[in-house]
Structure formats: C-alpha cells, structure tokens
Design a protein around this ligand. Structure first.
Ligand SMILES: Nc1nc2c(c(=O)[nH]1)N[C@H]1C(S)=C(S)[C@@H](COP(=O)(O)OP(=O)(O)OC[C@H]3O[C@@H](n4cnc5c(=O)[nH]c(N)nc54)[C@H](O)[C@@H]3O)O[C@H]1N2
Ligand SMILES: Nc1nc2c(c(=O)[nH]1)N[C@H]1C(S)=C(S)[C@@H](COP(=O)(O)OP(=O)(O)OC[C@H]3O[C@@H](n4cnc5c(=O)[nH]c(N)nc54)[C@H](O)[C@@H]3O)O[C@H]1N2
Ligand code: SF4
Ligand SMILES: [Mo]
Length: 580
C-alpha cells in the first residue's frame, strides 16, 4: 500500500498528500510543497455519520442496501432522481451515474458553481482551456479578478511572491491588502470595468494590433460598443474614478499578465457576458497563446479524460430541481437543502418526495430530512483518481486505511448493478482506465496527457479561429435605495457546507450596528436572522454572508443565468431590519 493519495475536496489546488503514522501532510514535490490547509489538517477530527439509518432508526449496512434496492424497484423509473454534488472530486464518484443512467432513471445537469462564466468563455473562445498554475507562475503581473487566493487557492501564493499584484474585488481581501493596486468596485459592475479598460487601452494606443488583426478582427465593432458606456455616470455608480483605470493599465502594459478569475464575478444572470468582457480585455492585450499570459478560471477538471461510465439519461437542472415530481431521490456528495439556491422552495418541493436517500459523510440539513441515510467511506478508505480545475496534475488516490464504517461509491454501485442486471467492470479496470489518461512529464509530475500548458497558440476554437466579442450589453442600473448587494463568497473555515460553518452577516460599520446584534436580512425570496460582525473590508453598499452559512440560501433565487444553466447566488439585493 503506498502512502500517497490526494485531497478529495472541491478546490483548485487538488493537493497531493502523504498519509503516515495517522497524519496527513502535503507532498514535498509539486505545488503542494509539504503544506495542506485547515480542512485537511483537521480532516479526521470532523465527526462523520457512523451508521446507516432508516426513518431515524439505526440499521445495518446490509439492511440499508436492501432498503435502497426496494425503493428503486418500487419507484417508476422516471420518478427516480439521482442528485450528485461535489463533496468528493474523485472520478469514481460517477460510477453511481452509470447505474442510474443504465436503469433509465433521471440525472441532473446545470451548475451551482462556474457554469455562467464557462458559458461566456465558450462563446468567446469556442472552448474552455484553462491557464494552469505552472503558467501563472511565469507571469510578471497577476490580476486576481473575483478570486480570493488566501482562502480558495492558497497553494498559488508561494508561486507568485515577487510579482506585481492587482486585485479587482468589492472586498478588501487579504491579497488586496498587500496588492500593488486594489480596485474595490461595486459588486456586479465588472462588465463595465472590463469594457472601460478595453476602451482606454485603445484610446492610449496600447492595443496589440497585430494580434487583433489575426485573431480578433471584429475588434473595431467591439470598441464601438464600449463607447456606449457613459464614462462619468458609470464610474460614479461603481464608486471608481478614471484613476483606477489608469492605474491598472499602467501596471499591465507590455507585461506578461495572468488574469486569475474566480466564481465571484459570475454569480449573476449575465455572468457569461461578464466573463466574456474580461476575456475580451485579455484578447486586446494579446494575452492568449503566450507563455505566462492568459486567463485562468475554473477549468473543466475532466478535460482530456473520457468517462468509462454510461451517463446518457434524461436530466433535470440542479438549480431549480423539481423534487416534488419525483417519488424518490438519491442524493450523493451534496447538501442541496443548504447549498442550492432558494432553500424555502427546495424545502417545500422535497417535502413531497416520498423517499429521500442521503449518501454522504456528514450530518447536515439534507441528512436530517432524509428517510434513508447511508454513510460513505472517506477518501482514505477507498481507491480513486482525481484531476484538478486549477492545474493539469492527475493524482492517484491510494486507499490508506480499512474501516468498518460506510460503503464506497463503487461498492454501492456494484451492489445495485448486480441486483438490477446491469454490467459493471471491476473497480481496478476503471482505475486503470482513468490512469491511462496520464503521462509523466519531464519535471516528474503525472499530468493529464492531452492538456496544453499554453492554450490558443494557433488562435481560438471558434468556427473561424477568431475571438467572438460581445455584441450588446445592458446599461448599468443602480440598486434601489435602502437595498444592498448580497455577496456570498467562500469561507476559510468551511468547504461550502462541510467542516466549520459560519453563522454571521458581515456589515460595514457605517450601518452603526454593533457586533453581536441579531438582524433580519430580507430579499425577494426570503429572510434569515443572523448575528452581525462589522468589517472595514466591506463597502457600505455590500452585505456579506459566507457560502455554507445556515440560511444564506433563503435569500437567493432559483432562476438560471441567461446562459450556462447556472445558479445566480448574488443577483438578489437585500435589506436589513433591526428590532424585528
Ligand atoms: N476554504 C474554501 N475553499 C474553497 C471553497 C470553500 O467553500 N472554502 N469552495 C470551493 C469551490 S466549490 C469553489 S467554486 C471555489 C471558488 O473560489 P473563488 O473563485 O475564490 O470564489 P468566491 O470565494 O466565491 O469568490 C471570490 C471572490 O469574489 C469576490 N466577489 C464577489 N462578488 C464579486 C463581484 O461582483 N465582482 C468581483 N470582481 N468580485 C466579486 C468575493 O469578494 C471573493 O473575494 O473555491 C473552492 N475552494
Ligand atoms: N449562497 C451560496 N450558495 C452556494 C455557493 C455560494 O458561493 N454561495 N457556492 C456554490 C458552489 S460553487 C458549489 S460547488 C456548491 C457545493 O454544494 P455541495 O456540492 O452540496 O457541497 P457541500 O456543501 O460541500 O456538501 C458536500 C457533501 O458531500 C458529502 N461528501 C464528502 N465526501 C464524500 C464522499 O467521498 N462520498 C460521498 N458520497 N459524499 C461525500 C459531505 O457529507 C457533504 O455533505 O454550493 C453552491 N452554493
Ligand atoms: S488547499 Fe484545497 S486541495 Fe489542498 S488540502 Fe486544502 S482543500 Fe485540499
Ligand atoms: Mo464550486
């Protein structure tokens, strides 16, 4: 048994791990550099579900599996839903899709995460090929645009020590505090900021003309579009000045620039357009296809890896899933009762589902509602392979320990496939299949073979190889008086709803509400009561509640983004009520 495995969590870093004498450490080679993060450092201290239960009563695993089989048998095929989240990023997680798809049940599509931004990338570039950490490391200047590296990608930090840093974020994040320049813009105004940067780059005569001729010949039309923005009025609404634009342009001109975007920019109905406007700025600077330059976002962690599993099925969206149309739902690696938008809708809808099965590690809102609870094995107790959406490493996850608790995804799928007469290969064959997409590179790192380090060197993947610019946009509207932007970024203490969850609403002190006072936050969709913490890192028009905070999604809407079938967690504005 080798002591090497990898962190299973939904995280850009996808760290490789050594498990020795009962402790987890980062591997010394590669970007992990011997360090993990609080989630993995304390991984084995978090209390997990230790036994299956049905209707509140503890039962044996055998009985739980029989019960599951019975539920599936008794449910009409199109009333059986498999809802899968991102609790574990191992590629073997999808083995259960194979069972449910082959059994003619329903799976989900859509995104609670990066879907809107990805749609914008696909429209502009024709494909979503990411800029990996190894290229970010070669840049001179980094723009962290709606991305919080100290919290969500801390292993990037050692790679960018001596670089110029620009941060574009409504919050004065830790990286913003030491950055060369911080643009603390109003939430949901990035589209205008990106378009203005492009317009002024042209005015200053700093375009990469040759590059535009070859790969983005429609630029003049786009420039005309950017002229539709009323500069002064727009900057006033954003809370910025011309000086902010000048400062950013000064730092990026004639440099190798990596624009490192996160999901913060695109949790809006027009998230695709926002991402596309940022891409357009990068195109205007000629950043694609060159070493140490480009745009990093959440890549597709499965890029370059073919699935061996059958996943062909009818699908319903995971953003506004109509649970009430299903007699039974099997929920794996997810906590939809906290993490889906519009929790009140979700609660009302899932109330009508006769059999809710939860297959996971921890107790939460969803396990509490579930009729049948089946504990999973942790990543230390099963074999797997994972890839990353931040870099190109393919990590083999070797089982480290045996445990009496729970069942792995493969074993559960095997039980069901045998029971329903569906073909399933051996676990080893699937693991070998996934490993076959990797190759050892000169630096010794095992990487996904078909992923490029520098993408778009021969132009874009659109029909004619050219970048496709946005053709229209809506004029910036300010939010109603007395309302505030709600932003819901990631917390350092939790991974969405896993581990230590936050319980606060963060406000700027201009509200003159003391720490510890409980206030009611209200949106069009619902309300939540939380204790206040003041933070000078916030703008006075912005209310912050971290993802994973119980009740945060009472406030969010289950509408989809215009493109990308994605959730729009930050579209709703909120008001604050005291003395309720
Ligand atoms: N510790 C920890 N790590 C995580 C996670 C976690 O929950 N905890 N979750 C994982 C997951 S699922 C994901 S998808 C990634 C996401 O990781 P990130 O991409 O870093 O995502 P967020 O923290 O949601 O948002 C990043 C930044 O966007 C800013 N922001 C919010 N609204 C706007 C806006 O309108 N414009 C701009 N310019 N910025 C804005 C926020 O203030 C925040 O600093 O992190 C992963 N890693
Ligand atoms: N308001 C707001 N809501 C958000 C977000 C936001 O920024 N703001 N972020 C969204 C984003 S980006 C994402 S990705 C989603 C994430 O939403 P979810 O995918 O629901 O993620 P988690 O809350 O981390 O819950 C994961 C569950 O997986 C289970 N689990 C962990 N490991 C395993 C395993 O090996 N096997 C099995 N079977 N189960 C396991 C754990 O018990 C845990 O309950 O949330 C979204 N919701
Ligand atoms: S930084 Fe991310 S990948 Fe690394 S140990 Fe922490 S959660 Fe896992
Ligand atoms: Mo995510």
């Amino acid at each position: 048994m080798t002591e090497y495995t990898a962190c299973p969590l939904d995280c850009y870093d996808a760290c490789e791990v050594v498990y020795k004498d009962g402790t987890l450490k980062g591997t010394a080679n590669g970007h992990t550099q011997g360090f993990l993060c609080p989630h993995l450092n304390h991984y084995e201290n978090f209390e997990r579900i230790s036994a299956p239960r049905y209707k509140g009563e503890v039962i044996s695993l055998d009985k739980a599996l029989k019960k599951l089989k019975e539920i599936i048998e008794q449910t009409p095929k199109h009333q059986m839903l498999h809802y899968k989240g991102h609790g574990n990023f191992g590629l073997m997680q999808d083995v259960t899709d194979h069972f449910f798809a082959s059994n003619d049940n329903i799976l989900t599509d859509g995104s609670l995460c990066d879907g809107a931004g990805e749609a914008g990338i696909l429209e502009g570039r024709g494909s979503n090929k990411n800029m990996p950490y190894s290229e970010i490391e070669k840049s001179d200047v980094i723009i962290f645009w709606g991305r919080n590296p100290h919290v969500t990608s801390s292993h990037l930090l050692p790679l960018i020590k001596d670089k110029k840093i620009i941060v574009i974020d409504p919050v004065k994040t830790q990286i913003a505090k030491t950055a060369d320049y911080h643009v603390q813009l109003k939430p949901h105004t990035d589209l205008y900021f990106a378009m203005l940067l492009t317009r002024f780059l042209h005015i200053e005569g700093s375009l990469d003309e040759e590059y535009l001729q070859e790969y983005a010949s429609e630029f003049e039309d786009y420039y005309e579009l950017t002229q539709g923005i009323r500069i002064k009025a727009t900057l006033d609404t954003m809370g910025l000045s011309l000086g902010d634009i000048g400062a950013v342009l000064e730092l990026v001109k004639d440099q190798k620039v990596a624009i490192v975007c996160g999901v913060g920019i695109q949790k809006y109905s027009d998230g695709a357009d926002i991402m596309r406007a940022i891409d357009a700025f990068a195109v205007t600077l000629g950043l694609f296809g060159k070493e140490g330059s480009g745009v990093a976002y959440l890549g597709d962690s499965k890029e370059g890896i073919e699935s061996p599993f059958n996943t062909k099925s009818k699908k319903v969206s995971k953003v506004n899933t109509p649970f009430d149309e299903f007699e039974s739902v099997f929920i794996q690696g997810a906590n939809p009762l906290a993490q889906m938008p519009d929790t009140i809708r979700v609660q009302n809808s899932i109330y009508h589902t006769k059999n809710v099965v939860y297959f996971g590690l921890y107790e939460n809102e969803t396990s509490e509602r579930a009729d049948l609870v089946i504990p999973a094995k942790t990543f230390l107790e099963k074999d797997d392979v994972r890839a990353s959406y931040g870099h190109n490493t393919l990590s083999v996850m070797n089982k480290q320990i045996e445990s009496e608790i729970g069942i792995s995804e493969y074993e559960l799928a095997k039980y069901l496939c045998d029971a329903f007469g569906i073909d399933l290969k051996s676990e080893q064959e699937y693991l070998e299949h996934f490993k076959s997409f990797g190759v050892v590179k000169i630096n010794g790192v095992f990487e996904v073979e078909n992923r490029e380090h520098i993408s778009y060197q021969e132009g874009f993947d659109t029909d004619d190889g050219e970048f496709l610019f946005l053709e229209e946009f809506d004029v910036l509207q300010d939010i109603p008086e007395g309302n505030f932007h709600l932003i819901t970024p990631k917390s350092a203490q939790s991974l969405n709803s896993q581990f230590n969850r936050e319980n606060y609403v963060y406000l700027n002190s201009s509200h003159q509400i003391n720490d510890g006072e409980r206030v009611k936050i209200i949106s069009k969709n619902g309300e939540v009561v939380l204790e206040v913490k003041n933070s000078e890192d916030l703008r006075d028009d912005t209310v912050l509640i971290y993802s994973g905070t119980p009740g945060v999604n009472n406030l969010t809407s289950s509408r989809h983004s215009i493109e990308g079938k994605s959730a729009i967690f930050q579209e709703n504005t909120v008001s604050i009520v005291r003395d309720f």
